[in-house]
Design a protein around this ligand. Structure first.
Ligand SMILES: [Zn+2]
Ligand SMILES: [Zn+2]
Length: 139
């Protein structure tokens, strides 16, 4: 039996299958019921409206959407904020423009790493950018 602290309430509990304690699981189920009930009446509600009406945190509602328990198909305005810029989105963790930028940054970083490795071997051969740096250092 593994004992761990529940990330939601901080209490010690035996974590066997779920990553949060049984009390929190019950809490979240209850919150889910509240959201669902509200959304049944207010099909066009936004995440902010659900939060205001139910008191459930936007973060938790976002989780329900990401888990597919609340669907944009049933409630078209249930969009959640992009993790980076906060623009409202319907899928993934970030909006298209942030994702594009991140992908570009990542490939640029990968290229830089690659360049460093190449530079390292070029150093031994005494050519490329690294030899220039060496010359500068030796002065
Ligand atoms: Zn808990
Ligand atoms: Zn974004």
């Amino acid at each position: 039996m593994n004992l761990g602290n529940c990330p939601r309430c901080g209490k010690l509990f035996a974590n066997n299958f779920r990553d949060i304690c049984p009390a929190c699981i019950k809490d979240i189920e209850h919150e889910y019921e509240k959201c669902l009930e509200y959304l049944r009446q207010e099909k066009l509600a936004t995440i902010q409206e659900v939060h205001d009406a139910t008191g459930v945190s936007v973060k938790q509602i976002t989780k329900f959407i990401k888990e597919g328990r609340i669907t944009v198909a049933n409630n078209p305005n249930m969009m959640y904020p992009c993790e980076v810029c906060g623009v409202l989105i319907r899928e993934n963790n970030m909006c298209d423009s942030c994702r594009t930028r991140l992908t570009r940054d990542l490939s640029a970083a990968a290229k830089e790493d690659f360049g460093m490795e190449q530079g390292g071997s070029a150093d031994r051969k005494g050519s490329g950018a690294y030899s220039a740096v060496d010359k500068f250092r030796n002065q």
